[in-house]
Structure formats: structure tokens, C-alpha cells
Design a protein around this ligand. Structure first.
Ligand code: GDP
Length: 297
């Protein structure tokens, strides 16, 4: 996991606080100024940083010795708690649609974000839970994407449904539902096409799939290494297509932490999983409290 720089900086701030027996308002303010800088450098959304620091300050000014913690430790505790709140407090899981024999999940994201890989990773997780997923190749623009899904499906020992590249994604999605019904699949995961940048065609295609197939959950995969861009992408997808949750891929890479800390606050949508590598087993459930602890070191 990356974040070394953010963690180092926060630890430095806290080291100074810890050495003080009593905290004045100035001490807290000075410390929070440094926290603010550290978060901005980690590419956390500016508005999110402002709100975060304000929330911490309101609670931290005037804190006194409590529960055996000195004021410095109390501030760290408050920062930790506010970080957990920022990231959504609770862990969110993929839900099976009640009353439906098949739950439909639509995966979306920009090209290269890690969508196809994540689709196969999620299928593996669901399989472990006793589900029978069907992966559906709706990315007809990149022949390599279909092949990649098939290879990954094979590795995960889950079925892949493809109609090649000469049918439109809506027809493929519809046909896959029939296939799933006939073959006893209880989860259908649609791997949709990405583009290098957000464009109207991509959004329309996703809207069309949603208009024609009953999608129960739309998950967006964003690359954690792109920081605030990832958050902006999530906001845009949510506004145009509607998403239920986010998967942050490439958290094993050189990410500064900004996306993990901002996605929920900016979009209102939770992070469900984090991608921790290229292997199909490298997907972890996202726990806000564990993430806060990792960031604080
Ligand atoms: P798509 O275009 O969104 O479908 O992206 P792909 O699934 O093809 O992934 C693009 C690249 O990112 C591939 O080389 C993947 O192996 C890699 N990748 C995906 N997820 C992760 C991750 O969590 N960590 C790392 N390090 N690489 C990842």
C-alpha cells in the first residue's frame, strides 16, 4: 500500500502534539494546518479537506485529558474517527437482489482503469460465497477485451458469455440474461466498454443497457493512482448513469490516498473493494476503519 508520504507527514504532526501536556487552541490550529497541507498534497479534494479539518477542529479545540489519553492522543483519535466517517463508516458489500433469481451487476469505468480484471476478481469472490456468476462481454470495441475476459473467466473457473463484436451491447446483455436463466446462473456481471475519456457515447451506451436490462447494481472501477481525477470520474458517472458503489483499483501502486479519502464524501457512494495487484486474487473488501488506521500508520 502506498500513502507513505501522507502517513509520514501526519505522524510528524502528531509527534509534535504528543509531546505537549496541554493543548492550546493555537496548538490545535497549527497542527490542523499541517494536516490540511498533508491531505492536499495527497490529492484529497479541496472541499473535502476543508470540511474535514473543520470537523476535527470543532471537536479538538479544548479537548482535555480523557480516558487516560493525553490531549495529543485525543486529537489523533478524533482525526482517526473523522477519517472513518469520511470514508463511509461501514463496509458495503455487493448485495444479492432480494426476490430475484438473478442479480445483475453492471461494471463500468474508463479504459485501463482495471474494469475487466476487477470483473473477474469479483466473480471469484462471489463464487467463493457459493454463487454461480456469469461474466458477459459487452465491450465490443476492443476484441482484446473479450479475449481477456474469457481468459480471466477460465482462470476463475466461471462461465463467460460472448457474442463477439458484431452485436450491440444491449442485445448481448439481454441475450446473456436468457443464457443465465437456462444455465442456472444467479449473478450476471456485465463487463461494459470503457473509453480513454468520458464521452457521450459511452454514457449513452450504459444508459441504454440500464434501460433495457434490469441492472440491480452499477459498480464503477476507478484507478486510485489518478487521485482527484478518479473522484471526478466517479461524480460524472454517478450523475450520468447512476452508480451504487466504487472499486478503487491499483491501490498497490504509487497512490497518495486522495481518491480513497474523497470518493464517498464527493459522490455519496461507498467504496466496496480495493484492487491490490494484477492477480485475480488481489481484491480486498474496503473497510473504512482499517483504511484510516493504515493511513495514520
Ligand atoms: P479495463 O480497460 O478497465 O478493462 O482495464 P484492465 O482490466 O484491462 O486493466 C488494465 C491494467 O491494469 C492491466 O494491466 C491490469 O492487470 C492492471 N490492473 C487492474 N487492476 C489492478 C490492480 O488492482 N493493481 C495493479 N497493480 N494493476 C491492476
Amino acid at each position: 500500500m502506498a500513502f507513505e508520504s501522507l502517513t509520514d507527514k501526519l505522524q510528524n504532526v502528531f509527534k509534535n502534539l504528543r509531546s505537549k501536556g496541554r493543548l492550546t487552541e493555537e496548538d490545535v490550529k497549527a497542527a490542523l494546518k499541517e494536516v490540511k497541507m498533508a491531505l492536499l498534497e495527497a490529492d484529497v479534494n479541496f472541499k473535502v479537506v476543508k470540511q474535514f479539518v473543520k470537523a476535527v477542529e470543532e471537536r479538538a479545540v479544548g479537548v482535555d485529558v480523557m480516558n487516560g489519553l493525553n490531549p495529543g492522543q485525543m486529537v489523533i483519535k478524533i482525526v482517526n474517527e473523522e477519517m472513518v466517517t469520511l470514508m463511509g463508516s461501514e463496509t458495503t458489500e455487493i448485495q444479492m437482489q432480494p426476490g430475484k433469481s438473478i442479480t445483475v451487476i453492471m461494471m463500468c469505468g474508463l479504459q485501463g482503469a482495471g474494469k475487466t480484471t476487477t470483473t473477474a476478481k469479483i466473480a471469484g469472490k462471489l463464487k467463493l460465497k457459493g454463487k454461480k456468476p456469469l461474466l458477459v462481454a459487452c465491450d465490443i470495441y476492443r476484441p482484446a477485451a473479450i479475449k481477456q475476459l474469457q481468459i480471466n473467466g477460465e482462470k476463475q473457473e466461471v462461465d463467460v458469455f460472448s457474442m463477439g463484436e458484431h452485436h450491440n451491447p444491449v442485445d448481448i446483455a439481454k441475450a446473456s440474461m436468457e443464457h443465465a436463466g437456462k444455465n442456472g446462473h444467479n449473478v450476471v456481471i456485465l463487463d461494459t466498454a470503457g473509453r480513454l475519456h468520458i464521452d457521450e457515447d459511452m454514457m449513452m451506451e450504459l444508459q441504454n443497457i440500464k434501460a433495457n436490462v434490469e441492472v440491480h447494481q452499477t459498480l464503477l472501477v476507478v484507478d486510485a493512482m489518478t487521485g482527484q481525477d478518479a473522484v471526478n470520474v466517479a461524480k460524472e458517472f454517478d450523475e450520468k448513469v447512476g452508480i451504487d458503489g466504487v472499486v478503487l483499483s491499483k491501490m498497490d501502486g504509487d497512490t497518495r490516498g486522495g481518491a480513497a479519502l474523497s470518493v464517498k464524501a464527493v459522490t455519496g457512494k461507498p467504496i466496496l473493494y480495493v484492487g491490490m495487484g494484477e492477480k485475480l486474487s488481489d481484491l480486498e473488501q474496503f473497510y473504512p476503519d482499517r483504511m484510516a488506521s493504515r493511513i495514520l500508520g
